[in-house]
Design a protein around this ligand. Sequence first.
Ligand code: ADP
Ligand code: ZN
Length: 755
Amino acid sequence: MTTLTMPENDTQTDRPALETPFVSVALPIGVDQTFAYRLPEPLRGKVWPGQRVKVPFGRGNRWAVGWIARGLEATDIKEVKEVAEILDDEPLLTRDLLDLAFWMARYYVTPIGQVFEAILPAAVKRKAGFKTVQLVVRTEKSESEVDRILSKQRRVLDRLAQAEGTPLAPRELARQAGCTVAVIKSLEKKGLVRIETREVDEFARDLFIELEEPKTIHLTAEQALALQRVKARIAAEEFGVIVLQGVTGSGKTEVYLRAIEDVVERGRQAIVLVPEIALTPQTIRRFRERFTHVAVLHSGLTDVERHRQWRDIREGRADVVVGARSAVFAPVRDLGLMVIDEEHENSFKQDTAPRYHARDSAIMRANLVGVPVVLGSATPSLESYQNVRTLDHYQEARLTQRIGGRPMPPVHIIDMRQEVAERKGHHALSRALEKAIAEAWRKQQQTILFLNRRGFSTHLFCVKCGHVARCPDCDVGMTYHAKPGVLQCHYCGQKARPPETCPACGAETINYWGTGTQRVEDEVQRKFPDIRLGRMDADSMRPRGGHARLLSAFRDGEVDILLGTQMVAKGLDFPNVTVVGVINADVALSLPDFRANERTFQLVTQVAGRTGRGPKGGEVFVQTFQPDHLTIQLAAKHDYDAFARDELETRRRLGYPPFGRLARIVVRSQQRQRAHEAIQAVAGRLIEPARVAGITILGPQPCPISKISRFWRYHLLLKAPSARALLHFFDGVRSDLSPPGNIQMAIDVDPQSTL
Ligand code: ADP
Ligand code: ZN
């Protein structure tokens, strides 16, 4: 990250109002250009970059809403139009967010208008009403002013006092106090409580339950050392990155919480980014238990809820912001710390424009403000690992032990080749895993099974002629879903009836091959009819809330086996889980992507981390057809350093990140020929500037998935020796990269996937 160029001025003083006669305005129209407008005399000295303006645009009486990007002393446009109206009293973007926006526009080769749009939630721009709920709060009136308080009423008041700061809905309060809502109503009549109507989001409502007394926790020596590193940076008020590498269950979150306490005591705010699927009530509750003012930003919020959170943060009512990717743009006034949990997760990269990486953007924002960043992971990305070794402002802190001295679980590698050779028929579960499940069940312990493929069978093919059921609109096979008995394309979502005879040769020899979560469910239920299994994947989790319900049933021991896709791999902390099975470790390993090994190592480590968290210990079974693969071997030994060393050597040899940088250019068109011509044209324009910049062009060629939703896809990869080289290269070529009409083009800097 140091090699990136910073915006010119890096002080945090307030930016002066623009006195210039003209301004450049960014419009959210996907064109990589800003437009000059005259600033009417009365507005000069009263506007700031980041403010929204209404401007005439295009022919006739048409208007557009845009953002002031910069002041201009002059413009060579002859008939320059005037800014019509200023829409915000003050800029919606804080100074650091504005600088971040300009950096993102440049680094991710995205029009600045699109970046502004991404930074501000839609509803902030619109202004909307709010959904409301009723909440019970205590009044000023003292109990002694009231004749008599019944014991039930007493319990209600006690519960309210305990939940201090956290509002409770009448029904929930009644449940917790073990009484009816009528008891609360009678307290209201006596004037001891008030039932207020307030705006809260639904997600927050789930959290009003189960507030526990925070236990007193004494940090381990490793935690204390890590915390000291972070606090030193906080005290020095300087930018720096601390990579907190801690094995699963080593207490990383406790370190974040303590560091944030320090920041909040200094009157500043912290932003915590977590992957969307790890943003569970369990995670959020840990922050709410510790801090009174926590704002939560996640993709399930409605526009209205998001707007409310945004406004609360903007007005300084949140000490801590916890959220997924876009929370990196939370408009806190006085940022004191950035925390990125599971920093290696590729879900931090947005796959639509602006294609930013939230971790890297967080580091840039922290750099602009001059505050530290904590990157936490059991398996840091190789980028971060390498940065620790090469960059001065990176530091490392390690938590090598699980809390309570618990050992890491033993990992058994199961050779599926042998299973196939020695057993008849198809079995998703190896004999060893089957035995372990039965054993755990007998002891009333629990199992988690992981398989990153939903549906029943992943391939349908004709044994006679080899015909495969493919999506007509995408270059992928269709997956068979047993319930409700349809073929489905996992890229465009379209469904089809499974053929009874082969559409190509007419034979009745259609084979259902490959294992998805539904087939595993089926097999477990056939083999163990009495075991209670809950499946958690994108198919099983509707309606909303199903996810949380299943997890709490699992926690309460009402479910014996939790089976699912990556949803079950992250963050779950259930001490009674003593068996973890990875049904097919080869899925990630065989992806045609240079990060396949890294992803596999991360995944096995994450999933393995779900067991051995309690005194009963735990074991992990990893099923694979490649038992000798080094990645699998090292993951089984929990040897991250050996893996990182080996993998870095390969990357160095091939010039892949973290040695050098990648960018990817993808074009899409419904006409194959046009897409092909367009990528050829792009490549043609880039050859010479790339040569000068020392950048290698790989391709052009069809993308590994050559068609999605009827769009043909071609790409090329740019391999640059450094971030700086890539940045300067795009500075030079971005203005003449716009493709002909009908062709869609995407530039992806630091791509997380090359499919
Ligand atoms: P990680 O984030 O590294 O997976 P967590 O922070 O979730 O680990 O910690 C695992 C469990 O250990 C949590 O229940 C947490 O409350 C508890 N814990 C963390 N630090 C300590 C400590 N120093 N002493 C006792 N318990 C701790
Ligand atoms: Zn499709």
